[in-house]
Structures are given as C-alpha cells and as structure tokens.
Design a protein around this ligand. Structure first.
Ligand code: HAM
Length: 523
C-alpha cells in the first residue's frame, strides 16, 4: 500500500497565506514606491550562485558560510560519481588476480563514462579534468600490466603506487560546480555589477531587490531557514558621507510609510583594514581578549582566534561587564575614517534622522568597513533586528572587478511583517464587495455577465458555481465578509431591475445594472 504519511513544510520554512500575503504585498509595494523616489532600480538576481562567490564575499570563517549555507554539486552524474567513490575506496589485493582484474575493468568502465560525459558537455571541460582523465588512462595502462603473468617481476609497492595514482586522478575530477542557495544578495549584486559592466553607467548605480534567502539556522520566532529580504545597494561613485546618510534616510522613510513602530537606528564605524585603523585595533582587542580568555564562554574563546570583533556581539550576561571594559574602535580609527564617521553623523542630523551610536555594532559578514548600522523594532523578542547594513568599499574588487565603493542594507521582511502584526497593523481578511445569489438557468446567464462587468469595474465578486437556495447563499455571503448580495432570480431577469441587499443593514433596493454600477462606485 502506498505510504500515506502527510507532507509538511520543511523545518524553518513556511507557507505565507492570505490574508497575511496582502500585508506582504503592501509592504513590497511601499518599497517599490519609496525606493523609486530615491532613484533606485530593481534587480532580480538568481537564487543560486557558485558557493565560491559567497565564500569570497561574506567570508569563509563567518557562521553564514561555514555552517549555514545550503550547498550542493550542480550535476546529474550521480551514477558516475558513485563509481568514482567505489574506485577510491577499493584496496585490491596484489596477489588476487581476480580482484585486480575487477579493479581494472571498473577503472576502464569509469574512464569511458567520464569520456562520454565530457564530450556531451555534462562535465566541465577544464584543463584540470582533461589532465585527470589523461592520468586515469595512463594509470589504467600501467595497472593492466599486473594482469600479465610475464611481468610478475613487478613489486607490490609498485602496484600500490599505481592504484594510488589512479585514485588521485579519480578524486581530482570535477563533475560540476559547487553551488549554494543564496544566504544574502549583496554578493550577487556585486557579481552582476561586474558581469554587466555597470561601472560604465553613470555612477553610482543604485539597485534594490526583494526575495527569499536561505540559511540553515536554528528556527525560532523571527528566524527561519527560508526568509525574505528587501535590500538596496549603492555601487560606484564617491564614498561621500551624504551617500551613507541618504541611504539610511530612505530606509527610515520606508519604515515610516509601512507604519513600523518603535524603530531604533544604531550606527557605528568599523574603520578600514589598515594597521593604523581596524587592523591595529583588532590586534589590541585580541591581546586584551587573550588576557580575559578564561572568563569567556566557548564561543567567544573560539572567536578570539577566528574573528575577535565578533566577541563584541555576544549576548551572554556574564560576558557583558568584561566586554564593556574592552578597547573601543572609535578611539582607534585613522583620521580619514574618523572624519568620515563624523560627517555621516552630521549628514544624518541634516536629514532629521535620529540615531544611537553603538560601538559594539560590528556585523557578522566580512565585507564591511567604515559605516555599519542596524535597526531594531518592537514586538520581536530576541530576534529584533529588522535591518542590517553598511559600507563595503573593496568588495567589488575582491570579486574581480575594478576598485568600487559600495554601501547597502537588507531588511528582514518576515520580521518587519511580524512587528507590524504585533502592533495591530496586520491585514484584514479579504472580504468581497458583492456576492451574487442566483437561482434558475436564465438568472445564471445574467449572473455570469454581472460578475464580469462588476469585476471589470474593479469590484471583488463571488459567483457561486452551483445554484443555492437564497437563504443558503446569503449565509455564505456573510461568512465571506461580503458587503452586498446581488439577488438574481426570474423576477429580476424579467424586469431588468436587480435586487441589491446591504448585508450589514439588511436594506434592499432595486436597481438596473447601470444604476447598480453607479451606486457601488459612488460609495
Ligand atoms: P544580515 O544582517 O545578515 O545582512 O541580514 C539582514 C537582515 O535579514 C537581518 O537584520 C534580519 O532582519 C534578516 N535575517 C537574517 N537572517 C534571518 C533569518 N534566518 N530569518 C529571518 N530573518 C533574517 C545581510 O544579509 C547583508 N547582505 C545586508 C547588506 C546589504 N549589507 C550591505 N548591503
């Protein structure tokens, strides 16, 4: 018997359903409108990219890249890959001629499968793959000699070396690229900027995006494995502090238009990677952390080595007094970064943007420099950051493009929606304007026409697919939250005067079709 187990959405993913999706649409529409008024255009990058892109941009040591990405090899040669594993794991016995012969035929079969896949373009045709195939062929020739009795003078040592030679070649073959579902989109936007030569457009280029991102985090309120971001990036042009400030102004305008409450903007500058700036600070911080290492938890102890700045992010109660005494980056910025930071704050004040400085705001991705910022909102519990962003001059260059300034942010749309709902700004269930209660075949034809005309005029209409007694129809109409019922029976069709019932007041009136449209429009 077929297994009838129920399917459920995968842990950390969820269905977004009506009426909530109406709120999602409203938020996204607001983003389109606000961002357009600031001169941004929409970009829609793919949902998966080479793993290497994220490793390089976000940083191999970050939690996102080292633990949270959904990655998989992008090919369909599972059978051939299985053969490869088999070959790599075999330890054929030198003295067992049958085992040696089986190994040789497995290798030869594997070689011909790889050859076919390469010729068909199912495997990447790279120099490395060509070289590995050549090595496999010569290994196969060599090992065949162990099958011929006249060469019995060959040693077991030589046999083992030949097997290893073949196994190394098999392991070196690349069946396809390693790809990942995007954990964020800044890397993709920079990749696209380079790929489409956007440095030749008037600078800076201002782009925004919205869509799903994927991180294998421990799910909880406001934290999902598939979540949605609305983000914006400014690439190219100068690093004028006004750019940082205007981007943040746009963000706060957007939150305001959405009706988000209790927002708090925190800002910081983490300087740039130089000995007289962040690198010097990190060295001092590391030295300080080493001194208090014993008092820190395991995560922070590990981070002293991998990324000392991230220790400042710690939420552990017992670490707070220790962290408060650590050296602060603001005291170690170089003159240019210090001036830039002061100017960003001034530019924010010119725009009436209220901020709070937070020297511990370092962000969890490697590409940031100078300005970093985060916004929290109410009603979210521990996952209360609705937006994070910052400047990342140099990222485009790191990905193979020209030296380019950059700054951007990403809003966690799930959290934004949650916060709106918590403050009573959720969407109302989608009702209907008119429910058409019809009876009889002639009335049905009129009902279809009436539905079409009303919908064309922009009204939300429910036309029941089967005939219902008027009482039943009115009951359904109320359950669907309809404002009016349009009653169409033989009488109405004959007279051309339709009955419109207001379901809140129970008042009824007779109207021609045109008068009905005029009446509804006039409401
Ligand atoms: P991020 O801080 O990793 O930055 O993410 C931005 C926002 O996405 C967070 O503040 C949060 O609201 C939301 N978010 C992150 N992870 C989850 C999750 N698992 N579930 C729900 N919401 C989540 C970035 O992604 C950068 N790319 C931002 C940026 C753009 N910086 C410069 N340009």
């Amino acid at each position: 018997m077929a297994n009838k187990s129920k399917f459920q959405a995968i842990r950390g993913t969820r269905d977004l359903l009506p009426p909530e999706t109406a709120l999602w649409n409203r938020v996204e529409q607001t983003a389109h409108e606000v961002f357009t008024t600031f001169g941004f255009g929409e970009i829609r990058p793919p949902i998966f990219e080479p793993t290497e892109l994220f490793a390089r941009a976000v940083g191999g040591e970050t939690d996102i890249v080292s633990k949270e990405m959904y990655s998989f090899p992008d090919h369909t040669l599972w059978g051939v890959e299985g053969q490869r594993t088999n070959i790599i794991l075999r330890r054929p016995n030198f003295e067992d001629i049958r085992a040696v012969s089986l190994f040789v035929s497995q290798v030869d079969d594997f070689i011909s499968q790889v050859d076919v896949a390469l010729k068909a373009g199912e495997m990447p045709k790279t120099n490395d793959n060509d070289r590995a195939l050549e090595q496999l062929r010569s290994g196969s020739d060599r090992i065949s000699t162990f099958l011929v009795p006249s060469t019995a003078g060959l040693s077991e040592e030589q046999f083992k070396l030949t097997v290893a030679f073949i196994q190394d070649a098999a392991a070196a073959l690349k069946f396809g690229d390693q790809v990942s579902l995007r954990p964020e989109a800044t890397a993709s936007v920079c990749r696209a900027y380079i790929e489409h030569n956007m440095q030749q457009l008037p600078q800076p280029v201002k782009l925004y995006y919205m869509g799903p991102m994927f991180r294998r985090e421990r799910p909880q309120k406001g934290r999902y494995r598939q979540f949605y971001q609305i983000g914006a990036e400014i690439l190219g042009g100068p690093d004028a502090p006004a750019i940082d400030a205007e981007l943040i102004e746009m963000l706060m305008t957007f939150f305001d238009k959405c009706g988000l409450q209790g927002t708090e903007l925190s800002i910081n500058s983490i300087g740039h990677a130089a000995d007289n700036c962040r690198r010097g600070y990190v060295a001092r911080l590391k030295a300080e952390l080493e001194r208090v290492k014993d008092k820190l938890g395991a995560d922070s102890q590990r981070r002293i080595e991998t990324n000392p700045l991230r220790v400042l992010d710690s939420k552990l109660d017992h670490e707070q007094p220790i962290i408060e005494k650590l050296p602060r980056i603001a005291d170690h910025l170089c003159d240019e970064c210090k001036t830039h930071y002061a100017a960003v704050k001034h530019e924010l004040e010119l725009r009436g943007v209220i901020y709070r400085e937070n020297w511990r705001l370092v962000r969890g991705l490697d590409y940031y420099m100078r300005t970093t910022f985060e916004i929290t909102a109410q009603g979210l519990g521990s996952q209360n950051a609705v937006c994070g962003g910052g400047r990342y001059d140099g990222l485009v260059e790191l990905l193979g493009g020209p030296p380019t300034k950059g700054i951007g942010f990403a809003i966690g749309e799930d959290r934004l929606i949650l916060s709106l709902q918590e403050s009573g700004k959720g969407a109302a269930p989608q009702g209907r304007d008119v429910y058409i209660a019809w009876m009889g075949e002639r009335a049905y034809a009129t009902a279809i026409r009436a539905a079409k005309d009303l919908r064309n005029a922009g009204f939300r209409v429910e036309l029941p697919p089967t005939e219902l007694k008027f009482g039943k129809a009115l009951e359904r109409a109320s359950k669907l939250g309809s404002r009016f019922a349009l009653i169409l029976g033989d009488n109405e069709v004959q007279s051309g005067e339709w009955t419109l019932k207001n379901l809140a007041t129970s008042e009824q009136q007779k109207l021609t079709e045109q008068a009905l449209l005029d009446y509804l429009h006039g409401l």
